[in-house]
Design a protein around this ligand. Structure first.
Ligand code: GRF
Length: 236
């Protein structure tokens, strides 16, 4: 019987959300979850140093830029999946990861990959919506509030079932940078809450030998958008 849920955190930048997860793990806030590795899609980023400083395996798998975009996504995703097999990863957390996953990893880890997005999805999501662009779009649209979303990852960008959201008001005086900073604070709470929720559900299934299939998202989804779905997959 397996109790520990091995977590892989995927990153592309500063890694403050990774740090929130590392801190939470050190304080026992991730339950049976253990961050066993951090993988980046680029080198030289501070997130990898944070992992290294915390004695978490830190590695980079960079996209093969000679491949066309669809193949490039698939190729990178397949290398990440291979690593997941090697390290017996139970949960994949995208914490500021800018590459888009595709192919087998989406199917095999359906319901076990979560992403953090800095807006109240389904608003202001999709390909190319990241960082300052998101916050500027929120300001341009005159939104009264924004926030962040933790959601399950499916085959499209930012469309999977929503696990939880945290909201902040948009102030008249806000710049994109000021709004981003306020949301970042909420992200650090949301990513820990979302990860802990998923760990609890996956660990419970590990502990239930009769369970052949698991709908990881059932019971966790607080806000399902039209068209979103939960996929039943064997946990293996
Ligand atoms: C966060 O705003 C997250 O929502 C987005 O990328 C940013 C990552 O920040 N996907 P950090 O690298 O964790 O500091």
């Amino acid at each position: 019987m397996q109790n520990t849920v091995n977590i892989l955190v995927l990153v592309s930048g500063n890694g403050s959300n990774l740090q929130a997860l590392i801190n939470a793990g050190q304080h026992g806030e991730l339950g049976a979850g253990r961050i066993v590795a951090t993988m980046a899609d680029r080198t030289g980023i501070y997130a990898l140093e944070r992992a290294w400083l915390a004695n978490v395996q830190a590695l980079a798998e960079t996209p093969n830029m000679t491949l066309p975009i669809a193949q490039r996504r698939q190729d990178l995703s397949d290398r990440i999946l291979q690593f997941c097999h090697e390290r017996d990863i139970g949960l994949i957390v995208l914490a500021g990861f800018l590459s888009i996953l595709a192919g087998d990893i989406i199917r095999e880890y359906a319901g076990r990959i979560i992403n953090l997005h800095p807006s109240l999805l389904p608003k202001f999501g999709g390909v190319g919506m990241y960082g300052t662009r998101v916050h500027q779009a929120v300001l341009d649209a005159g939104e009264p509030e924004s926030g962040c979303t933790v959601h399950l990852v499916d085959a499209d960008a930012d469309t999977g079932p929503i696990l939880l959201q945290r909201r902040v008001p948009v102030l008249v005086s806000d710049t994109a940078a000021a709004l981003a900073e306020r949301i970042h604070h909420e992200e650090h709470i949301a990513i820990v809450e979302g990860t802990a929720l998923m760990v609890a559900r996956i660990a419970a299934r590990y502990a239930s030998p009769q369970t052949k299939h698991v709908s990881v998202c059932s019971g966790l989804v607080t806000s399902l958008e039209a068209g979103s779905r939960c996929v039943k997959r064997p946990l293996g």
